[in-house]
Design a protein around this ligand. Sequence first.
Ligand code: XIL
Length: 373
Amino acid sequence: MAAVGVFPVAGRGLHLALKPGKKPASIEGVTGAGSLGAHGAAHGVLYGCAVDVRALANDAAYAKLIREQCRILVAENAMKWGPLRPAVDKFNFDEADALVAFAEENKMKLRGHNLAWHRDNPRWIDATVTAANARQILTTHIETVAGRYAGRMHSWDVVNEAIEIKDGRADGMRNTVWLRLAGDDYLELAFRTARDADPQALLTYNDYGIEGETPEAEQKRQAVLGMLRRMVARRVPVDAVGVQAHLSALAVPASGTGPAYGDGMMRFIAAARELGLQVFITEMDVNDKASPANVAFRDAAVEATYKRFLDLVLADPAVRAVLTWGITDRYTWLDRESARSDGQPERPLPFDADYHAAPAFYAMRDAFDRRKA
Ligand code: XIL
C-alpha cells in the first residue's frame, strides 16, 4: 500500500492529500485523443508550449512529445532580437525558420515572441540606437521579422513587459531603450507597423506579474489596462493580451502563505474582454522554489496551482489559448535562471525530466475538460 501523506498548508486551511503514483481520472493514455492538445481543442483552448529549437533538432523524444501534445508553438528564444539580429543590418533566421518549418509540417499554429522587449537584446543596441535612429531600427525590425512570416502566424507578442511600476512613472511605463529613444508612443508605432507587416496575426501585448492577489499585482494590472485602454481609444491595432503566468506553487508551508489567484485576475480578464481583446495564457509554469525537497509534496503543490489557476481563468470565454513555457522539466529555464537553493531540479511543467506525464499534466487536462467551450 502506498502511503498517503497529508500536509497542512499554513494560513490557507488547505490540505494536500498526496497519493504517490496517482493514476489519471480517465483510462485513456496521454497521447492522441488523450493529449493536452486534443482535450484543449474539445473545449475551446489552444494548447501548446515554448520550444527550445536546439533541443528540437537534437532530442528526438522531445520532438515526439511536442508533436503528440501541441497545437501551437512559440520559440523560447529564437525569435527574440538577440538571436535574430546579430548586427543592426544583419538578420539570422536559421533557428526561427526551423521552428516555423516544424510547426507547419505538423500542422500546428505559431506564436511569435517578440518584437520589442527590454531584455535579450543584442549587445550592439546600446551603442547603436539613438534618438535619431530608434524609430527606424524598430520599424525595420518589425517589418523584416513579422513580414517574413506574414500570414503564417496565429499571433505575435508585439511588445513584451512594457509596464514596471518601480520605474516610477505615473503611467507605469517601464523605462526601456525604446521608451527613452523611440518615444512614449513606441507601442503605438510597434503595433501599427506589425499590423501593416502581417495583417492576419493577432497582435498581442504580453506581461507578467499580473496574476496574483497582491497589491503589487493589482497595481500592475491597472497600469496594463490603462495602457490598453489608451491604445484602444487611439485605434491602435491590438487584438489580445498575454498573461505569462509564471506562477509560484501555492502550498508553501515554509513561508506560511503562498500567493493566491482569484478575483483580481478575473476582473482583469473581464476588462480585457470588454475592450474587445482575446486573452492568452502565454508562458505558464509553476516554480516550486519555496517548497520542501520532497518530490511528491512538490508535485502536489504544483498540481494544485495548475488546477486553481486554470479553473479560474478558463471560466472566462475570452481565454482562448494556454501555452506552457516548455513542456518537460528537463529543459526548464527556471533551473537556469531561478534555481532552488538546495540544487534540486524544479518540477514546473506537465512532463517530468524523463518525459512522463506529471500530476500537472492531469491537472491541466482535467481543467480543460471542465471548461465549457
Ligand atoms: C526566457 C527564456 O526561457 C530563457 O531561456 C532566456 O534566457 C531568457 O528568457 N518572460 C518572457 C520570456 O517573456 O521570453 C522569458 O524567456 C521568460 C520570462
